[in-house]
Design a protein around this ligand. Structure first.
Ligand SMILES: [Zn+2]
Ligand SMILES: [Zn+2]
Length: 268
């Protein structure tokens, strides 16, 4: 896997020549040049996953010390099975057993290519469970595994009450996950990078590139806000530890889009 983005590549005898995800203008190649690592190396370096319950029915899995971009994965525990939203790079036997004890995984859904991480290995560990990746981002998949499900259209319900929403923006296939029964039935929205929970945890932002600070145009931000508008949700969980809009999540999306567009368009 790539050291800088943490994305796993298909098995090969020699390291891949390059990482297309890092060479893209939304990411960057590490300052010491392209470097690679393996699952075994991550374990040998002393990295471990931690699993925490964030609220009833919602788990977080995170790697300490963090790998690459350092995102967390979230797991929605539904009566129809557990869904892992986004992915971490480290997969070890201890985390697999810990998740098995909590009901395993019925599906994996990914927001966008920066968080593909070890989705192939996670899926393989849970009977090749489906990995939902939007078809618009197919070109970025580096490891085609039996679980891969390329979905199309604007929304797709993958388990009862669990719906993927194609927001576009950061990537054409960027997605958010809506869980209707989350937050005690008030709804949860799990996001990646097309909407990101910012540091004050009251607002979101919307960027084409975070490391290179490239904003999105106003029409893309309008589309992102419109894509989640039909759904009810109280809280929004972002891709990093602690990045949570704790209440009135729908208002947060609307006022954040309005503010962002106001700055882009120099309105008063
Ligand atoms: Zn990379
Ligand atoms: Zn990203």
């Amino acid at each position: 896997m790539c050291r800088t983005c943490g994305v796993q590549f298909a098995q090969s005898h020699a390291p891949p020549p390059r990482c297309p995800i890092c060479e893209d203008e939304r990411q960057y190649v590490g300052w010491n040049g392209q470097q690679w690592t393996t699952l075994d190396d991550l374990v040998a370096e002393g990295r471990r996953n931690t699993i925490e319950e964030l609220e009833p029915g919602l788990l977080q899995i995170a790697t300490r010390p963090p790998v690459a971009i350092g995102q967390r994965a979230l797991i929605a525990q539904t009566p129809a099975g557990n869904v892992m939203w986004d992915c971490v790079s480290l997969v070890d036997e201890e985390s697999i057993q810990a998740l098995r004890a909590r009901g395993g995984l019925s599906a994996i859904a990914i927001s966008h290519p920066h968080f593909y991480a070890s989705m192939a290995t996670w899926s393989a560990a849970f009977d090749d469970c489906p990995i939902y990746v939007h078809a618009a981002d197919t070109e970025w998949v580096q490891y085609v595994s039996p679980g891969l499900r390329l979905w199309q259209a604007e929304t797709q319900e993958i388990l009862p009450g669990v719906t993927l929403i194609n927001t576009g923006g950061h990537f054409p296939g960027s997605a958010a996950l809506h869980w209707a029964d989350g937050a005690g039935g008030r709804g949860l929205l799990l996001v990646g990078d097309s909407l990101t929970v910012v540091m004050d945890r009251r607002y979101l932002s919307f960027m084409y590139s975070y490391p290179n600070l490239i904003p999105l145009p106003a029409d893309a931000v309008r589309r992102i806000a419109a894509s989640v508008r039909p759904f009810a949700f109280e809280r929004i969980y972002g891709a990093w530890d602690g990045r949570t809009v704790a209440s009135a999540g729908k208002d947060a999306v609307e006022r954040s889009a309005e503010r962002y567009i106001r700055f882009l368009e120099r309105l008063p």
